[in-house]
Every structure is written in C-alpha cells, then in structure tokens.
Design a protein around this ligand. Structure first.
Ligand SMILES: *Cc1c(COP(=O)(O)O)cnc(C)c1O
Length: 387
C-alpha cells in the first residue's frame, strides 16, 4: 500500500507479535539488561544501529514500535523518545549547540524552553537570543555566523501567535542552519513539520498522544540520518530512558488521537466563538480566529486546531477579577499541561512574560476537553457573572 490516510496510519501498526500468537496490542517489554546470543553478537551490537537491541536505555521492541509510529505520523524517518517533552527539547539543544554557538528562539516559546536557553547562555557559553515570532523572512537579518539552530513553536505558548514557518525555514536553509519545530499543539495532525520545512520536529507526547493526563513523554523526529545521529548521541549521553508501561499508554492513545483531536477542535471553536460574542472578552487568541496574530498563516499552513486557545479579557477587569472568574469555573480544572479529556483554565499575567507586551488585559488559556460543549459554555457564563 502506498499512500495511507492518517486514520489508517494511526490505527494500524507494523508491530509483529511473537511467532504462534496474534493480537493487536504491542507487547510491553521491560528490560534493563538485554541478552545477546553470544559474545560475537554482543561485540557486533551497536546502540546506534536500530537493527540490534543492546541495552534497555537504547530501546526495546515496545519503544521501537512507538518511534516508528510517531515517525510515520509526522512523515519523518527517525524518532527518539525522551521522558518528557522538555527532556526532548533539552536533548535537541544539547546535541546541536556548544560553547560559542548562537541559537534563536521565539519570544513566545514554551517557558521552560526559554529557561533552558537562558541557562545555556548563563552557564554554558551559548548565545540565546529571542526573536519576534511574527518576524517571518526577516529572521535572515538576525542570523549571525555562529547561529547554529533556529527554534520555532507553532503557535507559540499561551499568547498563540502563529509563525510563518516556510519563510523562517527558507531563510535558515539559505544559510545552512537547521530549524527545530515544537509541534506539540498540532500533534503532527493539524500540521506536519517537515511539510513546512522543519529539519527536527519535537512533540510533547504528554498532550494528545497520551490523551489521558497521565503520562509524561517526548519525541524528536528527523528525516536526515546525520541529524538523527547527533541527537541520538545526546539521547545516549544523557541517559534518556522511558518506561515501557508509559510507552504502551501512548501507543494505546495514538489509535484514538485523531478522533479526540477533531472533537477537541470542534468544541474549542464553539466555545471560542461564544466567547468572541461576550462583552467581557477583548480578543480570542485562537489561530482559527482573526484576532490571533498569524491567523492568515494558520489558514494557509494548518488543517485543524485542537482544543487549546487563549482569550484576553477587557482591560477594565483587574487580574484579581479574572482570577475570581477562573476560581468560579466548576467544570474546568486549574492546572498546567493540556490535551487530556478534561477542560482546564489557567490565568496568566503576560507583563514580564514577553518583551513587548502592551495589552493591559488579563489572559486566560483554555484547554477544551471532551465534556458537553453546552455544559462548558454554561459554566463559563455563570463564572463570568462573578467577575
Ligand atoms: C507541554 C509542552 C511541552 C513540554 O512537555 P512536558 O512533557 O510537559 O515536558 C513542550 N512544548 C509545548 C509547546 C508544550 O505545550
């Protein structure tokens, strides 16, 4: 079979059960020690070569199956797993940067990624500079001779600006610089990172792939063998192991991921459209809505949106009032992370989180779960009354 739909790719695995047994689920292989048939095969075993199993940290049939499936979803060749999304990010930055190198990160980057960039700058002799996520092709003006990596995130965390990835990638590639994309929001479903030019695609599997608010895991996907091998060396040196039971939960989650993603998307757009009509809300920062910076780029490059978006409250509401609104929500949990079946709401004070943030209103980020949409809207309505 040549071209499969994403639904089929998500449902069907190439996993082969042991001889004489057949069932759909991938077996959960727990192993630290991996046994070799004899000394010659032990000596021939190379952790870099995924045709052989060498040690628990370097993979089992369970982890190799998940890696192959994630690479297929993104349209990549190689995949490495890490114990969290953030661990996947640190594995990439530590693989591709050394003292004296420069990395460009968007100003709306996932905040722990910003912290990691600052740490590399303060303690490891790397230069980490933050750019306007809407810079587009003008990123070329920021590239220095020592720039070794351009980081992107689409859309950016919390404030949701959508970057022009093809323009950024074209400018980077003209100077021979690889681009890494944090594709967590789109999960490889609403955007395939390699299609817009990314060289390294990272996902927090903690979100939609798991879907159960119960697993922490990350993945790094590449098409280029040399790039994969550099990141694989970082994976090995840092000892990035993942638990077999967690891998199983992600494999299980993948099969329903598209259904869940589309349901989150439809429900989030309904809630966002309702919020757009409310006098308390100044802006709906959902990429499918014109208020969101980069909306036109989203329309051009993405095929969907998932369940995560933010709103800006009118500046007449103090941030304490907006905190009260969030506390008054009954169906929305207050907590970080997202992508699970439960709706969440988190208020943010943007001043201090961005270099040039001028909007005085408070921001609330919503993760729309799989509850009934009308119930969610009714809950938001009663909480708005308590502003
Ligand atoms: C959640 C998230 C991560 C990190 O994932 P963890 O598994 O929680 O470490 C990275 N990037 C983005 C955009 C995220 O939303």
């Amino acid at each position: 079979m040549t071209k499969r739909s994403i639904e089929t790719t998500l449902t069907h695995s190439d996993y082969e059960p042991p001889a004489g047994f057949a069932a759909y689920p991938t077996a959960i292989h727990h192993a630290s020690t991996v046994l070799f048939k004899d000394v010659a095969s032990m000596r021939a075993g190379d952790w870099r070569n995924k045709t052989a199993y060498t040690y628990g940290l370097h993979g089992t049939p369970t982890t190799f199956t998940l890696e192959a499936r994630l690479a297929a979803i993104e349209g990549g060749e190689y995949c490495l797993l890490a114990p969290s999304g953030l661990a996947a990010i640190s594995m990439i930055l530590l693989a591709l940067l050394k003292a004296g190198d420069d990395v460009l990160l968007p100003d709306n980057v996932y905040n722990p990624t910003r912290e990691l960039g600052r740490w590399l700058a303060n303690d490891f002799g790397v230069s980490a500079r933050f750019y306007d996520p809407l810079v587009g092709a003008r990123i070329a003006d920021l590239i220095q001779p020592n720039t070794k990596l351009i980081w992107t995130e689409a859309p950016g965390s919390v404030s949701m600006e959508v970057p022009d990835l093809p323009a950024i990638c074209a400018a980077a590639h003209a100077r021979g610089i690889p681009v890494a994309l944090d594709n967590t929001w789109a999960a490889g479903l609403a955007l395939r990172g390699f299609d817009v030019g990314a060289d390294v695609v990272m996902q927090a599997l903690t979100k939609y792939q798991s879907g159960g608010s119960d697993v922490l895991m990350g993945a790094v996907i590449t098409r280029d063998r040399a790039l994969n091998d550099r990141i694989a060396a970082s994976h090995m040196r840092l000892g990035m192991g993942v638990g077999a039971d967690d891998v199983y939960l992600v494999l299980r989650g993948l099969e329903t991921m598209k259904l869940r993603f589309d349901a989150h998307d439809a429900a989030a757009r309904k809630v966002a459209a309702w919020l757009k009509g409310r006098p308390e809300i100044a802006k709906v920062l959902h990429p499918a809505f014109p208020d969101c910076p980069g909306h036109d780029v989203w329309q051009r490059d993405f095929t969907g949106a998932g369940g995560l978006f933010s709103v800006m409250f009118d500046a007449r509401y103090a941030s304490e009032q907006v905190d009260r609104f969030v506390d008054a929500l009954a169906l929305f949990g207050i907590g970080y992370s997202w992508g699970g079946t439960h709706s969440l709401a988190v208020p943010y004070r943007m001043q201090g989180m961005r270099r040039n943030w001028t909007d005085a209103g408070a921001l609330v980020r919503f993760n729309i779960g799989l509850e009934g949409v009308d119930d969610l809207i009714a809950d938001i309505e009663q909480a708005l009354a308590k502003l």
